[in-house]
Design a binder for this molecule. Structure first.
Ligand code: ADP
Ligand code: ADP
Length: 229
């Protein structure tokens, strides 16, 4: 089953040229894939249509067979529970501990403290941050900070994780580590869509790659085609 489907999606910002033109593709449940292309190609815009930070000008986005055009008002927040978002600069609250940062989405949801503690510790453990829960973001390395951002995106057990240039501020070794972490998520049932302009890194991961060029989807590369990259 497809977790995500774009059907002839176009996006035009007011006064701008087309950021996306007639983009169509599907993501299967439990699939990991990359979205690549030069700066300005439309990668961020495409991800924003998925977590409803933007709306398409034309075309349809289906998430779990739900037409996102019809997701309005209070349903936007409900939809976002099913989509974890990871940003390049991870947007952590600087005056809150690792635990509090990761707990935030569950607190907003009104879960009980015991449940929150159990889930937060589970995800921190899984991401190798088990002994850092009391630390403040500034006391962490860049790689650890990014993992906290990922933990926060995962703690609600989303169906899909979208990441926008998640390794943009990391050195190559850490970047590869974070990408491997993403690659491990599908086996737990979370599909993963990662936007990155780092073609070398993307090729080495040997996953499906969507290529955007000036808002058009110009290539959809299967992992086998990357084998001799
Ligand atoms: P990428 O993530 O691949 O760098 P973006 O999706 O950020 O690409 O941008 C695609 C195009 O849309 C670019 O031409 C960019 O200038 C334009 N754009 C992005 N966001 C906005 C906005 N909020 N208002 C107007 N134009 C925008
Ligand atoms: P509203 O539904 O209140 O209009 P917006 O769509 O304007 O909210 O989003 C507000 C900001 O929150 C945007 O800058 C967007 O990038 C960010 N945002 C949107 N969705 C998410 C999400 N799922 N997780 C984190 N931040 C998000």
């Amino acid at each position: 089953m497809a977790v995500l489907r774009f059907d002839h999606v176009s996006k035009q910002y007011p006064g701008g040229r087309a950021a996306l033109s007639e983009v169509s593709f599907e993501v299967a449940a439990g699939e990991m894939l990359f979205l690549t292309g030069h700066s300005g190609a439309g990668k961020s815009t495409l991800l924003k249509l998925i977590h409803l930070a933007e709306r398409p000008s034309r075309g349809t986005v289906l998430f779990n067979d739900r037409n996102l055009l019809k997701v309005r008002g209070r349903r936007v927040a409900l939809h976002r529970r099913e989509v974890g978002v990871v940003f390049q600069d991870h947007c952590l609250l600087t005056d809150r501990s690792v635990f509090d940062n990761v707990a935030l989405p569950l607190v907003l949801r009104g879960l009980r403290r015991g449940e929150i503690g159990r889930r937060v510790r589970g995800v921190l453990e899984r991401l190798g941050l088990g002994d850092r829960e009391r630390a403040l973001p500034a006391q962490l390395s860049a790689g650890e900070q990014q993992r906290v951002g990922i933990a926060r995106a995962l703690v609600g057990e989303p169906r899909l994780l979208v990441a926008d240039e998640p390794t943009g501020n990391l050195d190559p070794t850490l970047a590869a580590e974070i990408m491997s972490l993403f690659a491990s998520l599908p086996e737990r049932g979370t599909s993963v869509l990662v936007a990155s302009h780092d073609l070398g890194l993307v090729r080495r991961m040997r996953k499906r790659v969507l290529v955007l060029d000036q808002g058009r989807l110009v290539d959809d590369i299967a992992p086998e085609e990357l084998a001799d990259g």
